[in-house]
Design a protein around this ligand. Structure first.
Ligand code: SAM
Length: 282
């Protein structure tokens, strides 16, 4: 392994300016990207997928971790030559895919072997990408290490009763455990975004503990939190456009007080409600 030139030099050499339409805010502090990469844990023998490598600030320490191979998925073709050059400095094989991570079939790409995903996510696609990975069947990843804007990170890890608690925390809790492990102020990025960020580490639950009907869970949580200040009797009844007695029956079948508000019900309550809703549909 030899050392690639400093990131800023490479950015200048390849003329890589941040493009706001791709949500580009770069991490150029290799101490910070090194810390983020280390959160992947022991990746020997694994494939690491990095989404949105940009100029490669996180790519470098990921290559140093020496996984089986690193797959970098980048939508903006301007970065590909610089990423190819970066890969040439390391022994870990770097495969670069130019494309949209939302459309990627990760399991097919990695052939079913163990996978860790790491990303400094573009803000506009962070939530849909996370939901895509939570819904993956079979769950193909061993760990997700994801930088989100701070408010989104708080919504991923929130518990019942907190103001950030809602659909995202419940979908996450259905299949995984999540924690915020690192905060990054806006000034850590070039150019700085308007908001602070945080890294969330997400590990899958053992298969037997997962609630896997995320489609049903999305339906009930969307209805329940669509009117978060109303009682569940009201919010679910309005969303379903059905008589309140049917809504009430579902809530009682799930062991939930129809007079409670969505934000007070822990994820397990919503799993039971999703089951009752599915069973009632037959
Ligand atoms: N990882 C780099 C860093 O930390 O400096 C860049 C982070 S920047 C916030 C997000 C990167 O994701 C950009 O390079 C952008 O082009 C890329 N990107 C945006 N949407 C994408 C998508 N749907 N699929 C793949 N890459 C995407």
């Amino acid at each position: 392994m030899s050392t690639p030139p400093p990131l800023r030099e490479m950015i200048a050499e390849y003329g890589l300016r941040a493009d706001k339409s791709f949500g580009q805010h770069f991490l150029l502090d290799l101490n910070l990207t090194g810390k983020i990469a280390s959160l992947c844990g022991d990746v020997s023998g694994m494939t690491v997928i990095e989404v949105g490598p940009g100029p490669g600030g996180l790519t470098r320490p990921l290559l140093e971790l020496a996984p089986e191979r690193l797959i970098a998925v980048e939508m903006d073709g301007r970065f590909i030559p610089a990423l190819n050059a970066t890969g040439g400095f390391y022994e870990t094989p770097l495969k670069i895919i130019e494309g949209d991570a939302l459309k990627l079939d990760e399991a097919a790409l990695t052939g079913g072997g163990p996978v860790v995903i790491a990303s400094n996510l573009p803000y506009n696609v962070g939530t849909p990408l996370l939901i895509k990975w939570l819904k993956a069947d079979p769950l193909f990843w061993q760990r997700l290490v994801l930088m989100f804007q701070k408010e989104v990170a708080e919504r991923v890890v929130a518990s019942a009763g907190s103001k950030s608690y809602g659909r995202l925390a419940i979908l996450t809790a259905a299949v995984a455990s999540a924690r915020i492990v690192l905060k990054a102020p806006a000034r850590a990025f070039t150019p700085p975004p308007k908001v602070d960020s945080a890294v969330v580490v997400i590990d899958p639950l053992p298969a037997a503990q997962r609630f896997t009907d995320l489609a049903a869970l999305e339906v009930v949580t969307e209805s329940a939190f669509g009117q978060r200040r109303k009682t569940l009797r009201k919010s679910l009844g309005m969303a379903a456009g059905r008589a309140n007695t049917i809504t009430e029956t579902l809530l009682v079948a799930a062991g939930i007080d129809p007079g409670a508000r969505a934000e007070t019900i822990p994820p397990e309550g919503f799993f039971a409600l999703a089951r009752a809703w599915r069973d009632a549909r037959g």
